[in-house]
Design a protein around this ligand. Structure first.
Ligand code: BT5
Length: 250
């Protein structure tokens, strides 16, 4: 039987921030969850809207069992698998680098933070995951980009605690296989779950810079490989938007 290492918080500013501050006190492989966040973080200083009834979770990986960039593959895949297993009539897919989408709308985001010591040596990684389970349509519509929740899609409220346990098991399984030299296998699976190759994509790098091209591949460090105007370009971060996304079929 799984020994669930789950620490439940009520309200917190950010579960990633909490784990960062309490890193030494928490055991390797612990999942810290909160009912609500007052300052949920997205990537690049963006905000994560965090009302009650959803998943705000941070999983702790201590040491360096795999390179930092692999952590977000584990967080993205675990979220995708937990959503698929729990809501098997819905369709979910992974959008590079690690958002989970339901149709054309974002339902889950991942933010991994590195923890280092005073000499900048790695101590571990914090895998932050936000998943919209019970958010209502009005709140979702207040988010500037298309967003959804299980409740908004199905009209049914979700038991958050059951879902957190499923997520924990998926994280634990991927963490164990990742630490046992199976990162290449995880990379292949993660890559396979991403947007199919050959598709025309638009990558937003900043407010003023966008690159368009054909998605040729996803490299071994998770980078997008695009062919654009006859050049091959590697992109390590950014927001990808895919043209004709409504035609997406796995
Ligand atoms: C992410 O950032 O998608 C990473 C989100 C990670 C949140 C978790 S919750 C637990 C842990 N503790 C934290 O403090 N954070 C992590 P990014 O790709 O930058 O997306 C942020 C953008 O998504 C925002 O600028 C909005 O446009 C949109 N957004 C904000 N809240 C959302 C929500 N609840 N659902 C869908 N989209 C949202």
């Amino acid at each position: 039987m799984t020994d669930f290492k789950i620490k439940e918080l009520g309200e917190v500013d950010s579960t990633n921030r909490y784990v960062f501050e309490n890193f030494d006190l928490l055991k390797d492989g612990t999942l810290v969850t909160a009912e609500t966040q007052t300052a949920g973080k997205g990537r690049l200083g963006r905000k994560w809207v965090s009302p009650e009834g959803n998943v705000y979770a941070s999983y702790i990986v201590k040491g360096t069992p795999f390179p930092h960039y692999c952590a977000s593959w584990i967080a993205g895949l675990a979220s995708l698998y937990a959503l698929r297993e729990s809501f098997n009539t819905m369709e979910f897919w992974l959008k590079w680098p690690n958002d989970v989408y339901c149709g054309e709308k974002k339902i889950c985001g991942v933010l991994c933070d590195a923890k280092t010591d005073c000499k900048n040596q790695p101590l571990g990684i914090i895998l932050g995951i936000g998943i919209n389970l019970n958010t209502d349509r009005k709140t979702l519509d207040s988010i500037e980009k298309p967003a959804t929740s299980v409740y908004a899609e199905t009209g049914c409220k979700v038991n958050r605690n059951d879902f957190v346990k499923t997520l924990y098991k998926k994280l634990e399984g991927l963490y164990i296989s990742g630490s046992h030299f199976e990162i290449d296998k995880i990379y292949q699976i993660w890559k396979g779950e991403n947007i199919p190759r050959g598709r025309f994509v638009e990558v937003v790098l900043s407010e003023t810079k966008t690159i368009t091209g054909i998605l040729e591949d996803i490299g071994p460090q998770g980078e997008l490989i695009l062919s654009s105007d006859g050049n091959t370009i590697k992109l390590y971060s950014g927001d990808v938007s895919v043209k004709n996304i409504t035609n997406f079929k796995r």
